[in-house]
Design a protein. Structure first.
Length: 299
């Protein structure tokens, strides 16, 4: 299955971008588009809890550093390839050590309609916007999707729209509902009924920027805090309260901010209080550009 999946992908990659050139002694690292970009292709079976496990060799990762490149993650029965621009994570790989065998043991897994990349000792990152060929086409063609400077309310609007299109009910704090920007997307309704099981921290949850609520059950499945200018630590504290009170939710927690604050998120989430509570295992980082691209993809 691994060879068949990879062979099919490489055939389609060649059809779209021309002849590939294998780099070094790697069987998974290629240069494409007449040297316009490099791609590191990895395959894994999907295991329990929708997890896929990958080993990225340090010497292979070093060959894509500082170059236009993508990490490609494949698995069985995948509808679209997951193509992640390496530039967004290059600084993180430079600061975390590989395992004893010289590989970075990363994971990709899905929960609550959100796909996350997990990098050990760095954290979890929402990669929903990276499915399909657009990120690779943008890299090769140098025609990057133009992302406007987004305000706090505009990011809330986009996240609410994505959740609506995925079939969730949407919670937005009452004070924020009049600030939504309907020029970005079709208007959606905000629910007024509070998610059950969170009464003891209602004063905390009520201020979380966006909550996706499972339609029919009323159970909260995803929480988003947009840290536009406020400290990332404050959003993590809100998430930690919810996670401690209702660990049975099996929900995801996303800190949403600009790319410059990604490393700050990693440092804050690795504080002992969040590692001891288990928040570090369920909380991810989502960058503004990824929100915009994710909305563009689901739309």
């Amino acid at each position: 299955m691994a060879n068949e999946t990879k062979r099919f992908f490489l055939k389609e990659l060649t059809r779209r971008f021309g002849t590939l050139r294998r780099l070094g002694n790697s069987q998974s690292l290629f240069e494409m588009g007449n040297g316009a970009a490099r791609i590191y292709v990895r395959y894994s079976k999907k295991h329990s809890k929708n997890q896929a496990f990958y080993g990225l060799r340090k010497e292979d990762v070093q060959m894509i550093e500082g170059r236009p490149s993508v990490l490609c993650f494949l698995w069985n029965d995948q509808k679209e390839p997951l193509l992640i621009p390496f530039a967004e994570y290059e600084d993180l790989f430079a600061t975390v050590p590989p395992a004893n065998d010289g590989q970075y043991k990363v994971q990709v897994y899905e929960q609550n309609d959100i796909t996350e990349l997990y990098i050990p000792k760095a954290g979890r990152f929402n990669v929903e916007s990276c499915f399909g060929w657009s990120s690779l086409e943008n890299l090769v063609n140098a025609s990057i999707l133009k992302v406007p400077d987004l305000s706090h309310s505009q990011v809330q609007t986009l996240l609410g729209s994505i959740g609506t299109r995925k079939g969730f009910d949407i919670w937005v704090p009452a004070n924020d509902r009049m600030k939504m920007d309907w020029s970005l997307t079709s208007q959606f309704d905000c629910c007024h009924k509070f998610p059950p099981g969170l009464d003891s921290v209602k004063w905390v949850v009520g201020e979380i920027d966006i909550i996706w609520i499972e339609r029919g059950s009323g159970i909260a499945k995803a929480f988003f805090e947009v840290e536009h200018s406020t400290p990332i630590y404050s959003g993590l504290l809100r998430f930690n309260d919810v996670h401690l009170v209702a660990p049975q939710l099996n929900a995801s927690f996303s800190v949403v901010s600009n790319d410059e604050r990604r490393s700050l998120f990693v440092r804050q989430l690795n504080r002992p209080t969040f590692q001891m509570s288990g928040l570090g295992k369920v909380c991810n980082f989502l960058e503004y550009r990824n929100v915009y691209e994710w909305h563009d993809r689901v739309r």
